[in-house]
Design a binder for this molecule. Structure first.
Ligand SMILES: C[S@@+](CC[C@H](N)C(=O)[O-])C[C@H]1O[C@@H](n2cnc3c(N)ncnc32)[C@H](O)[C@@H]1O
Length: 333
């Protein structure tokens, strides 16, 4: 088929392609064993997102107390025209941690991107999102990447398709330490190139009571999300965690400016994973997530150090959440 005809067909019916970029199954075991063997036990939050974890996260987004999703959706709707002008129509839209790609639908509608590249560690979330987007935007080219953004990723090159714009909503960047966030932004800066841009959703510092309620909802959905990690370890790694012997614990730590999520051992106990054994004292915790909160200026400083110009910032009416528009600086410091 000649190129012009292929192009015309692609414009009529978009494509959905999947690729893999480094999600080896063994890494889960290695990270869990290393995290539980450390003097302060911890497990990286990226392992929350098996099929059930991804569904529970979507349920969290609908909770009364969980303001970030509603705030980010509201500010995106309110400023969609300006956000689309900033990003530019016809860009290649790359989204990290795309999950259900709910906010992305607004952007896709306004930007009419030449291609959309959702990237997620959860294959179930990625498949569900791609199918829903295909129905909603039948002409859109979707290149879904199943991968881990905490390491360098291989993504399709798509030359000649327009400037690259990376979208990173949901304050997922807050799950990284500031040092990791800066390294991630640097890699992204290299990826978008000198004409590229980035839109990053960042949760703002605010009253600790509002934060506390958001991570300790009355229906216990966040607790179920946190505890699901133990069920996943039992199923996939042959663990014998008894989730009822652990409790969800989340609090704001004002020093580093972050919500910390932990699983607290309710008694002295021993847990096996395959041939490994781990001892827990009563009250000892597994640190499962950080969610850093930034001031507008604090995040802008971080972005500048990573080679971006902090050009625009949009906030919701209550000042709970910010969407930063960053463009690449020519020279990276
Ligand atoms: C906080 S949720 C945000 C979802 C969505 N972007 C939103 O704004 O509602 C984080 C998303 O990032 C994905 N994720 C977390 N860590 C990841 C990693 N290291 N690599 C790729 N995806 C990751 C999760 O599967 C999940 O879909």
């Amino acid at each position: 088929m000649d190129r012009a005809r292929a192009g015309r067909l692609a414009a009529v019916a978009g494509r959905v392609e999947f690729s893999e970029s480094f999600v080896p199954a063994d890494r889960f075991r290695e990270d869990v064993i290393a995290g539980l063997a450390a003097p302060r036990k911890s497990i990286p939050p990226k392992y929350f997102y098996d099929a059930r974890g991804s569904r529970l996260f979507e349920a969290i987004c609908r909770l009364e107390e969980y303001y970030p999703t509603r705030s980010e959706l509201a500010l995106t709707r309110a400023h969609l025209g300006a956000i689309a002008r900033f990003a530019g129509r016809g860009a290649v839209l790359i989204e990290y941690g795309s999950g259900a790609s709910v906010k992305s639908r607004l952007l896709i509608g306004a930007l009419a991107p030449s291609a959309y590249l959702p990237i997620d560690i959860s294959l179930d979330a990625l498949r569900g999102a791609a199918a829903a987007l295909r129905r909603r935007f039948p002409r859109l080219d979707i290149h879904a990447v199943h991968g881990d953004f905490s390491r360098p990723l291989k993504i399709p090159a798509l030359p000649g398709r327009g400037r690259r714009v990376v979208y990173f909503p949901g304050s997922t960047i807050g799950n990284l330490t500031p040092r990791e966030a800066q390294a991630f932004l640097r890699r992204t800066r290299a990826q978008v190139g000198s004409r590229g841009a980035m839109l990053v959703g960042v949760d703002l510092k605010k009253d600790a009571g509002v934060l506390h309620a958001a991570y300790n909802d009355a229906k216990g959905v966040t607790a179920a999300f946190n505890l699901n990690l133990l069920a996943r370890i039992n199923r996939e790694l042959g663990g014998d965690f008894r989730p009822r012997r652990f409790a969800h614990y989340a609090f704001y730590n004002p020093g580093p400016g972050r919500i910390e999520m932990h699983l607290v051992s309710l008694e002295r106990q021993q847990v096996r994973i395959g041939r490994r054994r781990f001892e827990f004292e009563a009250g000892e915790t597994i640190h499962t997530e950080n969610s850093y909160k930034y001031s507008v200026e604090g995040f802008q400083r971080l972005a500048r150090r990573a080679g971006f110009r902090a050009e625009r910032v949009w906030q919701d009416a209550r000042g709970h959440f910010a969407l930063h528009g960053l463009t690449a600086l020519e020279a990276v410091a």
